[in-house]
Design a protein around this ligand. Structure first.
Ligand code: FCB
Length: 457
C-alpha cells in the first residue's frame, strides 16, 4: 500500500462558520443576521429549524478547543459573526462581541492551534440588508469598517485572514436563485452583489495589511469543474458557460483585473446586462480587486456534469446509477481536486493555495453508546488527500487542508438534516462525540501522511 507523506510544514486543520455553530442569537448584544431573519420565513429551511442555538458553540467553545487539541490540528478555520461585532451594521463595534473572539483566539493559541479567520461567511447584519445588502455599493464601506474593527483587535495575534467565503454562493444563491438568504431572484442584483463582494475584498485586504503584522490574506472560492454530459458541441459550450460564471467570474477579476469577456457576453445575451459595459464597475475598482493575495482558499466538494438547456445555457445533467453520491446528491469525484488545483495554478499562479473546505454529508445513526462508524467519510477524506498529494507532486503550492467540518452543524437551507462533522452533535443534548473518522483524521495528522490502508479504524 503506498503511503503519501506530506511536507513537514503542511497545515492540518478543521473548519466551521459562525452562523452554523455558534447559536447565542442575541447573547452579548449580538444583532440578527440576514440568515436569522431568513430562517424565520415559512419554508425557507428544509426541516423548519433555525440557527438560533445551533451547536451552542458560543457557550461551549472551551470544550470545542479541547476537542481540537485532542484531534491534534495545527489550525482552525472559523468565521466571525459580523452581526456580533456590528449589531446594527454600522457604528461603534460591540465590545462583548470582540471579547468573545479575543478569548477564543487566546485559547487556540495557548493550545498551539493557529487561528485562520474568515470575516464574511454569509451572515451579514440584517440591518445592512434593509439598506440594500450586497447589491448596494454602500455595503462595501460597511464591510471595510467591520474588517477594521476586527483586525485592530485581533491583528496582533492572528496572522491568517480570509475576506469572503464563496462569494458565488452569496451572489448567486442569495440574489439570483433565491435558495439562500436573503432569498431574492434577480440576476442583475446578483451581478452587482458579486462586484461589491470583490471590491470589498480588495479594500478589506488593504485594511488587513495596515493593521496586521506580517499578514497572510486571501479569499475563499468554491470552484467547481464542469464536465460536458456528452461530447456534442452544445454540451461542451454549456460547460464553458458554466465555468465562466461559476469559477472565472471570480478568478479573472482577482488575478487579471477583468471580468471574463465570454461570460460577460453570455450575461448580455441573457438580458442580465444591458451591454458589455458593466454599469456597476467604477474607475479604479478593478485595480483594487486585483491587489495581490498571499493565498487562495479552495473549497472542493464535487464536479458538475452539465448539458445544454434552453438557449444552450447549462443545466445539471442526470447522473447514471453507477455514480456514487453523497447525502447532498453531489458526485464523489476526488480526481477533480487534482485537476482543479493544477489548472488554477497554471492559469492564475496563486502564491499559495489552501484547501479550505472538503468533506461529506452522510446519513448516519449512532449505536447504543452514541458511537458513529463512518467508513465512507474516511474513504472520502483519504481519497481527496491522495488527490491533494498528487497536486503537490505536480508543483501546486498547496500549503494545507481543512476538513469541513469539525462538527455536525446548521447546514443552511437544509437545517440539521445534513451531517458533515468529524464530531457527532446530538442536537437535543448538544453533546459532541468523535466519529470513527475523527480518530482516523487524528492518526493521519499524527503521521503527517495518508495511506491507502485506512488507519485507526
Ligand atoms: C460550503 C459552505 C459551508 C458548508 C459546506 C457544506 O459551500 O462554505 O458553510 O455549508 O458548503
Amino acid at each position: 500500500m503506498p503511503t503519501y507523506q506530506f511536507p513537514e510544514d503542511f497545515v492540518w486543520g478543521v473548519a466551521t462558520s459562525a452562523q452554523q455553530i455558534e447559536g447565542g442569537r442575541n447573547a452579548g448584544g449580538r444583532g440578527d443576521s440576514v440568515w436569522d431573519r431568513y430562517a424565520l420565513q415559512e419554508g425557507a429551511i428544509e426541516d423548519g429549524s433555525d440557527p438560533f442555538t445551533a451547536c451552542d458553540h458560543y457557550h461551549r467553545w472551551r470544550e470545542d478547543v479541547d476537542l481540537m487539541s485532542w484531534l491534534g490540528v495545527d489550525a482552525y478555520r472559523f468565521s466571525i459573526s459580523w452581526s456580533r461585532i456590528m449589531p446594527d451594521g454600522k457604528g461603534l463595534p460591540n465590545a462583548a462581541g470582540l471579547d468573545f473572539y479575543d478569548r477564543l483566539v487566546d485559547a487556540l493559541l495557548a493550545a498551539g492551534i493557529e487561528p485562520f479567520i474568515t470575516l464574511n461567511h454569509w451572515d451579514m447584519p440584517a440591518a445592512l440588508t434593509d439598506e440594500g445588502g450586497w447589491p448596494s455599493r454602500d455595503t462595501v464601506a460597511a464591510f471595510v469598517e467591520y474588517t477594521r474593527a476586527v483586525t485592530s483587535r485581533l491583528g496582533d495575534r492572528v496572522r491568517s485572514w480570509t475576506t469572503h467565503n464563496e462569494p458565488w454562493c452569496v451572489a448567486t444563491l442569495g440574489y439570483e436563485e433565491g435558495h439562500h438568504a436573503p432569498g431574492h431572484k434577480d440576476p442583475e442584483e446578483a451581478l452587482r452583489a458579486a462586484h461589491h463582494l470583490l471590491l470589498s475584498h480588495g479594500l478589506a485586504l488593504r485594511a488587513i495589511r495596515e493593521q496586521v503584522q506580517d499578514p497572510s490574506a486571501g479569499i475563499v472560492l468554491n470552484l467547481v469543474p464542469a464536465r460536458p454530459h456528452s461530447d456534442t458541441d452544445e454540451d461542451r459550450e454549456a460547460a464553458r458557460r458554466f465555468e465562466g460564471f461559476f469559477n472565472r467570474w471570480y478568478l479573472d477579476p482577482l488575478y487579471r483585473g477583468e471580468y471574463p469577456e465570454d461570460a460577460v457576453r453570455d450575461r448580455v445575451r441573457r438580458g442580465h446586462l444591458g451591454s458589455d459595459r458593466l454599469p456597476f464597475v467604477e474607475s479604479g475598482d478593478m485595480e483594487i480587486i486585483q491587489a495581490p493575495m498571499d493565498f487562495l482558499g479552495v473549497n472542493y466538494y464535487s464536479r458538475a456534469t452539465v448539458s445544454a438547456g434552453p438557449e444552450g445555457d447549462p443545466v445539471r445533467a442526470p447522473l447514471g446509477p453507477d455514480v456514487e453520491l453523497t447525502e447532498m446528491g453531489w458526485e464523489i469525484y476526488p480526481e477533480g481536486l487534482t485537476d482543479l488545483l493544477v489548472r488554477v495554478t497554471e492559469d492564475y499562479g496563486p502564491r499559495e493555495i489552501f484547501i479550505t473546505e472538503n468533506g461529506i454529508a452522510l446519513p448516519e445513526k449512532p449505536d447504543d453508546e452514541g458511537r458513529v462508524d463512518d467508513p465512507k467519510r474516511i474513504a472520502f477524506t483519504r481519497d481527496h488527500l491522495v488527490a491533494a498529494h498528487r497536486a503537490l507532486e505536480r508543483g501546486v503550492p498547496l500549503k494545507g487542508y481543512f476538513h469541513w467540518s469539525l462538527m455536525d452543524n446548521f447546514e443552511w437551507g437544509h437545517g440539521y438534516t445534513k451531517r458533515f462533522g468529524l464530531l457527532r452533535v446530538d442536537f437535543e443534548t448538544l453533546e459532541r462525540a468523535p466519529k470513527a473518522s475523527a480518530r482516523w483524521y487524528r492518526d493521519t495528522i499524527a503521521a503527517n501522511a495518508v495511506s491507502d490502508e485506512p488507519a485507526g479504524v
